[in-house]
Structures are given as structure tokens and as C-alpha cells.
Ligand binder design. Sequence first.
Ligand SMILES: *Cc1c(COP(=O)(O)O)cnc(C)c1O
Length: 365
Amino acid sequence: MSRPAKVIIDLSALQHNLHIAQQCQSGRNIVAVLKANAYGHGAIEVAQSLQAHVSKFAVSSIEEAIQLREAGIEKSILLLEGCFNSSELHLCQQQHFEIVVHNTKQIDDLIAAELSAPLAVWVKVDTGMHRLGLSVDDAREQILRLHLHSNIAQPIVLMTHMASADLLEEEYTSAQYAQFIKLKQDVLDHMGDVLTSIENSGTMLGWPNIVSDMCRPGIMLYGLSPFSQPHNVSDQLRPVMSLVSEVIAIRTIEAGEKVGYGSTWTAHRRTRIATVAIGYGDGYPRNAKNGTPVLVNGERAELAGRVSMDMLTVDITDLGEVAIGDSVELWGQNLNANEVASYADTIGYELVTRMPIRVPKHYLP
Ligand SMILES: *Cc1c(COP(=O)(O)O)cnc(C)c1O
């Protein structure tokens, strides 16, 4: 017998979501974002499933890229934050990693390096996110240093990242895009050739007029909408991850009795409580509120009492027959992680990404 808490990763849902991404992009190149262990889904397995259908992969560090190479993934891999240290540049060249440069220190190091072959370089421009990237003016200047330099493959890629693409009424996204297009035109005038990359999932799904040569979908591949509102295309995505477990105890308590640590939940009637083998040690958020939906045998029940490390408790009074060993879904194909996240003051991105190693993953083809 093993502990019933597990994650099910449905690779057919991943393929379904990839098709939606391909339709959004009508044939442009897809760089599938696999950072943070593919948002908790398992970077190697996700890469194996996607590699025949996308142009490149993107991760956040050389360690994540090496993990994919060691697993036999041969596609080009982009390091979204570039090299953290110039000593990584040679390895990038050997392993066919493409690098982002987002500050002048990285560009100085790249120009000073003795490389035997050019590296593919993505120049990150800050058009309003104010997290990473060169200002538009600095980018114009620095790109001239990179142009035709022997360490740098041509054409370079000009990239930016949208701050508010999930807010469909925001003018901010259009303003960022306008700045980017102006810079692109300047670069084209000076250098004749440049590639571009803009879109994350929110931009792909919500801003069809924003197009670049290479889009960078993350969350949509995993089947979660980047939007907090219903959205016609996002609502067709299928969640790839389901977090499931089983009922391991059932009891009836009287009105007025309390459940769990800190006695934060009080029965207002005679209540049946099911205990489920899953807790914050399995990536379920401890701050999920009383009332957070939990599916027991596919029926909606409500979290009752604080989440413990290995267990949580659910009010099943209004459900049909429930027995020890019955199935529970915490989020996944039948209960959207974004909905659960809204009860824990977070977003679906965080719930899936912070899945700990102790929860075994089962891959469905
Ligand atoms: C994480 C990331 C993405 C993917 O974002 P999603 O919202 O998950 O689609 C794209 N580009 C960059 C630079 C990122 O860091």
C-alpha cells in the first residue's frame, strides 16, 4: 500500500493546449517555456512530449537547461535570464543554449569572451515591465555593438515581456507594443535584419494583434488560463495537472464541535467530516480558506478546518455515500486550479509550480 496523494500529468491535454497555442499563432514559431520544472509538471517529460512540435524550449537557468540535455533533449534551449556568470558562456556555446542579455554587464562579457563559434543572442528590452531588460535607448546603442560581432549569431532577437497582458482592458500592453515596434523599426533601418519575440500566454490569447516571430507560451500549455475572467479561447484549455488523493477517515460530529488545528471551523449542524491524505507538505496551500472547493467522488464539497501537513478535512454532509478509499481531486481536470487558488489568495501558476518532489507524478500518454 502506498500513500494515495499523487499528481497525474495528462500529456494528451498538453498536446491539446499546444494545438490551441499553434492556432493562436497561426504557424509562427513556438518557444515552449519549461522553467521551474515545467511549472511543476516535470520538465523532462514535458520536453519529450513537446519536442517534435515546437521550435525551441526556454528555461530560467543553465542548470535547468543542462538537466534537459542530460535527458537527451536536443532542441535549442533559451536561457531566459541569460548567464548569471560569464564562465557559463563556453558551456552555452558547446550545448547550443541561446542566451538572453538584459544588462550591459552581460553584453560586455559576451563581447569580451573568446568563443570559437557565435552564440544566438536575445536582447531583452524593458518596454514597461521594469524588471529585466535594457531601456529602449540603451538597447538601440547596445545592439549596434552586437551587430556583426563574431561572438554573436545574426540576426539577433529583440525581445520584450508584457506586464499586464492578462488585463484585457489595459492600455499598458498597447503602449509597450508601440514602443517595441518603434525600436524594431530603428534596428531594421540600421541593421537590415532582426527577429522578434514578445508573446507570453496572456498576449497570445488576449491580444491577437500583437505578433512577433517567436512566441513564448508557458501557463497555457499547462492548461490554465492567464485571465481571471472567462475567456472564449482560454476556456478551451485542458488542465494538464490533477492533484488527487483519497479519503482515509470519516466521522460524524455534533453541531458546535470544531475541526482541525486552531479550531477555526465550527459545525453548525450534525456534520460528516472526511479526512483526505493530502496537505501543505504536498503543495496544497495551507492558507486555503474554509469553504474552498474539494471534489470527493467528483462531487463538490467544502474544506472545513485548517490544512495540515499531510491531511485536510472536508464537510461531506450533503454528499452521497462516501467511503474510505474514495477518490478526491484537489485541483485538475474537473476543478480548475485557478478557482482553488482564488480561495488561497494566489494564482494557479503558483499552485502547480510549487508541487514538491514528495508527491509522485504519474504520466498519462
Ligand atoms: C515565464 C515567462 C513566459 C511565459 O509566461 P506565461 O504567462 O506562463 O505564458 C514568457 N516569457 C518570459 C520572459 C517568461 O519569464
